[in-house]
Design a protein around this ligand. Structure first.
Ligand code: HEC
Length: 104
């Protein structure tokens, strides 16, 4: 194989890896809107809920876990918190978590 082709393939491959990493990480700008629409009613616009038994994201409560675990939690729901499986995609949940992480 010609050198230039090898270089080109390596370059394209690393761009794909980069794109995948960015998609994984979650986009807080997109998450902001979703948070306001779907989560702020209970968790509070600034991460301080008005109801008891709801974790305060403003203090990082409930967020000291890896994203994969939190994505699974948000899809499943618990007690009064509805599950978002089929409503939000995994990526949208990751975006929302990325936004929540800016609150504390
Ligand atoms: C109807 C109210 C309500 C809404 C809406 C709601 N939550 Fe919750 N959420 C709760 C309650 C209550 C808990 C505590 C559950 C428990 O531990 O019993 C919770 C817990 C959590 C936790 C902590 C999980 C843990 O492992 O401790 C996360 C993260 C979370 N919610 C994310 C979200 C996101 C993201 C949204 C919007 C997509 C959302 N919630 C919408 C009420 C709500």
């Amino acid at each position: 194989m010609e050198h230039r082709t090898v270089f080109y393939r390596a370059f394209v491959f690393s761009l794909l890896l980069l794109a995948a990493a960015v998609a994984q990480a979650g986009n807080p700008q997109r998450g902001h809107q979703i948070y306001l629409e779907r989560c702020a009613g209970c968790h509070g616009v600034t991460g301080f809920p008005t109801m008891s038994a709801v974790p305060a994201f403003g203090r990082g409560e409930g967020m000291m876990k890896p994203d994969d675990e939190l994505v699974a939690f948000v899809k499943r729901g618990m007690a009064v918190m509805p599950g978002y499986e089929g409503i939000l995609t995994d990526q949208e949940i990751r975006d929302t978590l990325a936004y929540i992480r800016t609150l504390f």
